[in-house]
Design a protein around this ligand. Structure first.
Ligand code: UDP
Length: 233
């Protein structure tokens, strides 16, 4: 059966030398991995990060009204989306950019049935501008889109192999958690996604998987239900 997957690529996954701007080589490499997944017949929707631009803008957002700052964050994801759509098109992947904010010259407005239509036509759908509302994160938007499009799972791609019980950078004995349930994540404050995202996933029964973006074949193994990374269900 065709799998429909929502892939959230997180800002923390970007292993860039500098922590802002858009790295064309990274986008080309990412586009090549997306093409490999799509070639396996997976229906793929992607929610993109905003942090690279947003963190860079943070100084200007300092002291700003939260709503205004969050709109800047959402617009940052649109910029990443324009760049990534271009990289996917160059890689030969039929792609649609769909935004939760109206920007008709740049992206289609996100409407679930239209997005699902694109997925069925084997187009990759990049969802940008988060949920379109301030006070949310792109992780929450990813779970929301996964539920709306009735995806089989929501995968968060990061730069580590999964979720650890403590910070592996400071604790060499940190253990990777292979699976956990939503309540454990919430009560033990396990850092997977923010609580809004986890609660949404719990209520919609959406499996969450955390995998390493840079580990060869990891995303495909997670999609196929093989043991990979951390599974929250
Ligand atoms: N944001 C928002 N509503 C959303 C999604 C994102 O207001 O539905 C804003 C928020 O300010 C957030 C920023 O956009 O901090 C960038 O998203 P986030 O930090 O979640 O993305 P990351 O780069 O960490 O993956």
């Amino acid at each position: 059966m065709t799998k429909r997957v929502l892939l959230k690529i997180s800002w923390e996954a970007l292993q860039w030398e500098r922590d802002n701007g858009i790295d064309p080589q990274f986008l080309r490499d990412l586009a090549a991995s997306i093409k490999e997944i799509q070639d396996q017949g997976v229906e793929l929707a992607i929610v993109l990060w905003g942090g690279n631009i947003f963190r860079w803008l943070a100084a200007s957002a300092n002291g700003m009204d939260r709503t205004a700052a969050d709109y800047m964050g959402m617009i940052a994801t649109i910029m990443n989306g324009v760049a990534f759509k271009d990289a996917l098109s160059v890689a030969g992947v039929d792609t649609r950019l769909m935004s939760a904010l109206h920007l008709p010259e740049v992206a289609e407005y996100y409407v679930t049935p239209k997005a699902v239509h694109h997925l069925k036509q084997k187009r990759v759908v990049i969802c940008v501008a988060g949920s379109g509302s301030p006070f949310f994160t792109t992780d929450s938007a990813a779970v929301l889109r996964a539920l709306e499009m009735q995806c089989d799972m929501c995968i968060k791609a990061t730069k580590v192999d999964g979720v650890y019980d403590s910070d592996p950078k400071t604790n060499p004995g940190a253990q990777m958690i292979q699976s956990a349930n939503y309540d454990e994540v919430l009560t033990k404050n396990i850092r997977v996604m923010d609580h809004t995202a986890i609660t949404l996933a719990k209520e919609g029964n959406m499996p969450l998987k955390v995998v390493n973006l840079y580990k060869k074949g990891a995303m495909m193994r997670a999609i196929n239900g093989e043991r990979e990374g951390t599974v929250i269900s």
